[in-house]
Design a protein around this ligand. Sequence first.
Ligand SMILES: Cc1cc2nc3c(=O)[nH]c(=O)nc-3n(C[C@H](O)[C@H](O)[C@H](O)COP(=O)(O)OP(=O)(O)OC[C@H]3O[C@@H](n4cnc5c(N)ncnc54)[C@H](O)[C@@H]3O)c2cc1C
Ligand code: SF4
Length: 488
Amino acid sequence: MGKVTGFMEFARLEEGYEPVNARLKNYKEFVIGLSPDQAKQQAARCMDCGTPFCNNGCPVNNIIPDFNDLVYQQDWKNALTVLHSTNNFPEFTGRICPAPCEAACTLNVNELPVGIKSIEHAIIDKGWQEGWITPQVAPHKVNKKVAIVGSGPAGLAAAQQLARAGFDVTVFEKNDRVGGLLRYGIPDFKMEKSHIDRRIEQMRAEGVVFRTGVLVGEMPSGSKITNLAKEVVAPSTLLAEFDAVLLSGGSEVSRDLPIPGRELAGVHFAMEFLPQQNKVNAGDELKSQIRADGKNVVVIGGGDTGSDCVGTSNRHGATSVTQFEVMAQPPVEENRPMTWPYWPLKLRTSSSHEEGCAREFAISTKEFVGENGKVKAVKTVRVEWVNGKMTEVPGTEQNLPADLVLLAMGFVHPAASVLQGFGVDLDTRGNAKASTEDAGGYATNVPKVFAAGDMRRGQSLVVWAIREGRQAARAIERELLGKATLPR
Ligand SMILES: Cc1cc2nc3c(=O)[nH]c(=O)nc-3n(C[C@H](O)[C@H](O)[C@H](O)COP(=O)(O)OP(=O)(O)OC[C@H]3O[C@@H](n4cnc5c(N)ncnc54)[C@H](O)[C@@H]3O)c2cc1C
Ligand code: SF4
């Protein structure tokens, strides 16, 4: 433990942000990380709990008290080793993880939690700056080939683990660049894409082969899922050519809102809008782009994807941005005795909300109102929730001007056609059915086919995808070699 009295002496320090007017001018990251001295002081707040709830609250079980102590001692190199021992990509989670570890931190019972995410961010950025992160090439090959379908954080984590254990790994990605939603979905201002490129370079040096623009199986017909494939490979080809296949294709079917006017121009899924801006930021020229400039934008869906649409619309120069959430507004402060150490229900205000956005809660959209085939307004009604049931409040219908409507209501399940192509059973929610039990974990009903990440667990978080990728790699190792040496 760094400093016994640290938690009493030092207040929690948040990472800084560039001012709103400066950051709205571009798509660059704007978070100002902690300096080494600040990180040391923040790490001193850690109480090195006998039962570190943070470690359990973290889906990859980061060994948080240990790296906090090492940062307090300014032993950054060993802090990086501890961090990497459970997480392949701390530069992703250090930027965009909602940090369930902090909700679980013991200090959060009656104080502000240790700034675990900001410390993680400081460690990994220092590691890259100092050149400590280099390829870890397997000492020997095991002569087994593994195909990974999908290059999101689940596929990448599995690929890196397996390559380091000596497997020949090929990652198939239908889009033109690697990274899954980290690349096409999550805005550059939350995470610049150079972080992915740097890891891919490391993974190539470790022996991972990336085949981009290659769709494995089929996309559902008429689907709006981003698909930039120029080549198609049949599932049967992968099954014939590889010793094991990991399906980590994400949960890509967006939830729709089939109300009158859905067909109007100007009503789009968030996942049509956001990837286009990622491509423009990458220097690609698009034939056309869904733009928010000078428009009244309505974002339907109060979660993270909706908040990313808000931030992107404001950078485009929208006239107004309004975000709808059908649920009632949650309390500003969580009920800690009731919720700790679990993820609490409370009002979350993102940096994108702070940049300018009207937020409407307990509101439902009944119709998209159009003029000459284009959306012009949304017809809404206030709703009440009684015993978990939603009822409309009579007399509260109104029209709100809207020239661009973005549907950000989450994802229902993965593309069924991809899973069907392999003959994989689905669970009741339409995800790939594969248990996470230790023996036989992540295995589907089809011999040598495994599933991980959002494709298995449904729409989730980057940190869960990394965990599942790591664990699936271990399951594949055990299946093909009869023993598992990879860490969980
Ligand atoms: C807009 C948005 C913002 C988000 N923000 C956050 C955040 O701030 N923090 C957080 O923790 N989580 C966030 N998430 C959730 C997080 O991105 C996902 O949980 C995570 O990326 C899932 O990882 P994955 O590897 O399972 O799948 P994905 O990242 O979805 O990657 C799947 C990849 O598989 C490819 N693929 C699919 N089918 C095929 C096929 N048949 N052949 C070849 N390739 C295929 C896809 O093209 C895709 O590249 C966000 C999600 C969205 C949509
Ligand atoms: S729960 Fe909080 S105070 Fe306790 S070990 Fe973890 S980070 Fe430190």
